[in-house]
Design a protein around this ligand. Structure first.
Ligand SMILES: [Zn+2]
Length: 465
């Protein structure tokens, strides 16, 4: 296993760099989950693979000392063997000795240097030195500029004065140090937020100015996420955040579960069940949550109406006509659409020719298909001269430059005017549990608004905020 993924040169060949730049280009952010033991590492990898999403596993230097550097090597071996991009990152290296240890770990993808307790000039010089040495080892570096308040499990509490990141100096800092990612201080707090929450403390204007000063070359990292609403996460993403550090958000339910169940099961059973709990939470916490980039719902009504289609996916894989070795279907795929299925058509690039038209749609409706979704615009030329259907009900990949997503038989497709989401089969029940109360609350809000009540009023009553 090596940190060098391709023939690219540093830092483009670095796994953390690739994951965060793909996120930034694609307009999403990637969760970086603090793991403390093997359960956490297995849970993150399983969740990422099931969700077909990239992920970052991060550990505090605490683990370097408690379990030993071999534990990080275990995490790296597991992460790099995953079927989706998973990087391993050493979070908050505050002590110089920790940085020294990190730089010696073979194939570690990235580390965070936290010299924020030094004065700003010393922080800059130190980060420049570490960035230079990390480069020699193929690792990328995240630095904290300014000083983020608070503390959390595995991390010392900072009780010095908070220093907010100044947008002008952020650019100078990145240029002079050569670090690849920046964790700004804009009112975010480590550990639980005081009364009023992140909504009260975050200075979004400052975050926006920092994002603009740095541009897409330097993805931002969000620290202090306990708790942060989805809405606020989206605002952070819009302002250049590509890495979202998640610690207690995922860990608490895992430790609660272990605490409640430890006397009821043998250790092996307990660990397996606890990983499932953490895995489920990580999945739901993944910021882009199954959203299929670039897809629109095509039928029953193209880009109009309030139709929402939900159904088991029926995948149809098209292959280029030149691929004569690919399997041939039994009859026309359209005749074997299962009732209430959502047809997902995967066409090889470039998507110039149409693969679906009126007659197909008519037959699909006759068979009670819930709808058809496919990608990237609409064409008028029939596709027969360049591609053909090959297999149905097979795993297909979404054509996206932004990230890697796969649609598997058994998954559910949910589509409306806002876009198309793929829900992995094993997650469907859990997602419904989460979604149902939200949908119910939304219906009550809508009824209230129709009666003339204010949004603030109905949100307060039915959504609790
Ligand atoms: Zn942090």
């Amino acid at each position: 296993m090596t940190a060098h993924l391709s023939g690219d040169t540093y830092p483009r060949d670095n796994r953390t760099w690739q994951i965060l730049h793909a996120a930034q280009t694609g307009g999403y952010a990637v969760g970086a989950y603090n793991c403390y033991n093997d359960d956490g590492i297995i849970a993150v990898i399983r969740a990422a693979e099931r969700q077909r999403s990239p992920a970052i596993i991060q550990v505090f230097p605490w683990a370097l000392h408690f379990q030993g550097p071999e534990f990080i090597s275990y995490a790296i071996a597991r992460a790099h063997a995953a079927t989706v991009p998973v990087a391993v990152h050493l979070d908050h290296c505050i002590e110089h000795a920790d940085v020294e240890l990190a730089l010696k770990i073979p194939d570690l993808d990235s580390l965070m240097v936290d010299a924020s307790t030094s004065d700003p000039e010393a922080n800059m010089q130190y980060c420049a030195e570490i960035a230079r040495r990390a480069k020699e080892n193929g690792m990328t570096v995240e630095a904290e500029m300014g000083r983020i308040n608070g503390g959390e499990d595995g991390l010392k509490t900072v009780d010095m004065e908070v220093l907010y990141t100044h947008p002008d100096f952020a650019r100078e800092f990145v240029e002079k140090t050569g670090v690849q990612f920046l964790a700004p201080s804009f009112g975010n707090v480590h550990g639980p937020y005081p009364e009023g929450g992140a909504e009260k403390y975050w200075q979004l204007d400052r975050l926006e100015a920092i994002g603009q000063a740095l541009g897409p070359a330097t993805p931002l990292v969000l620290h202090g996420t306990h708790p942060v609403s989805d809405e606020l996460f989206r605002k952070a993403m819009d302002r250049g955040v590509a890495k979202i550090n998640l610690n207690r958000n995922v860990r608490d339910d895992y430790t609660d579960f272990v605490g409640q169940q430890y006397s009821r099961h043998e250790l092996t059973v307990l660990k397996e069940k606890a990983v499932e709990v953490a895995d489920g939470l990580v999945k739901l916490g993944l910021p882009y949550g199954g959203y299929l980039d670039g897809l629109t719902m095509y039928s029953p009504q193209y880009q109009s109406g309030d139709t929402k289609i939900v159904g088991l996916v029926y995948t149809v894989k098209f292959v280029p006509i030149s691929d004569t070795n690919a399997p041939k279907p039994n009859g026309n795929y359209i005749d074997s659409i299962p009732k209430a299925a959502v047809v997902f058509i995967s066409q090889p690039a470039p998507h110039i020719n149409a693969v679906y038209g009126g007659l197909m749609s008519m037959r699909a409706r006759f068979l009670d298909a819930a709808g058809v979704v496919f990608a990237k615009g609409v064409a008028t030329t029939a596709g027969g001269s360049v591609c053909r259907p090959s297999q149905t009900d097979v795993r297909v990949q979404l054509n996206s430059d932004a990230y890697e997503a796969w649609i598997e038989p058994g998954d559910y497709i949910v589509a409306d005017l806002d876009g198309v989401v793929c829900v992995p089969a094993n997650l469907a029940e859990k997602v419904l549990e989460v979604i149902e109360p939200i949908v119910k609350a939304d219906e009550k809000c809508a009824a209230g608004i129709k009666e003339g009540r204010t949004v603030q009023d109905v949100f307060k009553e039915y959504r609790g905020r």
